[in-house]
Design a protein around this ligand. Structure first.
Ligand code: SAM
Length: 258
């Protein structure tokens, strides 16, 4: 079909057959898998995925593309014309395998949104801006380590799989991309007593990355309390492991609730 790519929906379509095959090979779809594709676009990934599975769901915001996808792939593809940022993944059941070449303008909020459905998800394979993938998989003390790394590594095992050059897309974006896999950690190694508090503490700690914990977390706990957790008040957020953030959040939660 003839389609004029829409900038506002971040439409850069995959056209490199080698890259498409490599992504599908990394996903390893099996017949009974419950795959949910975000932003199928013109169907570059949908087509080979549907060749491997019985049924599939797709979430596409562009009505014209959604209509074309329905024409080509119904009834084996169920197309949800929706904004993925407000999509209720729980409605699709459990053991979901989420796949997507995401619109870059919504990638970070989308990751936070999907993280909420961790219990319903088997794994997630997404193409993102290379720099965002670097932030997701970064380890403590790496300059890319931050709120996104801690929030995602709390729930998921992450692995960068494939680097994808701009030339693999039409039109080519201004950035380089990478495919990353997120697999929920089961059983979860971390279970903060109060996850909302954990999220607030991680956010506060990284809000001014160069500040010491004494300054960024002063509203939550004192120097002496940090030291009691074997954390130096002069350390910076970037030096703390996920486990240490959980320890801080649990300590504060215990104190608040007695
Ligand atoms: N998967 C296709 C491919 O690889 O060629 C298209 C990728 S394109 C980068 C992103 C796709 O996501 C487009 O089809 C776009 O219309 C869709 N999209 C953009 N924003 C969306 C949103 N908020 N919710 C659902 N789909 C969205």
């Amino acid at each position: 079909m003839k389609h004029q790519p829409r900038k506002r929906f971040g439409q850069n379509f995959l056209v490199d057959a080698g890259v498409i095959a490599a992504i599908v090979a990394a996903i390893r779809p099996a017949r009974a898998d419950r795959i949910v594709e975000i932003g199928p676009g013109l169907g570059a990934l949908t087509r080979p995925l549907l060749a491997a599975v019985e049924q599939m769901h797709a979430i596409e915001i562009d009505r014209d593309l959604a209509a074309a996808l329905k024409r080509e792939f119904a009834p084996r593809l169920t197309v949800h014309v929706a904004d993925v940022l407000s999509f209720d993944f729980a409605a699709l059941g459990s053991d979901l395998r989420i796949v997507g070449n995401l619109p870059y303008n919504v990638s970070t909020p989308l990751l936070f949104h999907i993280a909420r459905y961790c219990a319903q998800v088997r794994d997630i394979h997404v193409m993102l801006q290379k720099e965002i993938v670097a932030r997701m998989v970064a380890a403590p003390s790496d300059s890319n380590y931050g709120r996104l790394s801690v929030t995602l590594q709390y729930r998921f095992e992450l692995k960068k799989l494939i680097e994808v050059p701009a030339a693999a897309f039409d039109p080519p974006p201004k950035i380089e991309s990478a495919v990353v896999r997120l697999a929920p950690l089961r059983p979860p190694p971390f279970a903060a007593r109060d996850e909302a508090l954990f999220a607030r503490i991680v956010k506060a700690a990284f809000s001014q990355r160069r500040k010491t914990l004494r300054n960024s977390l002063g509203a939550f706990l004192s120097d002496a309390e940090l030291r009691s957790l074997a954390i130096a008040p002069t350390a910076r957020a970037q030096e703390l492991s996920v486990a240490q953030f959980v320890a801080i959040a649990d300590y504060v939660s215990n104190r608040l609730t007695g």
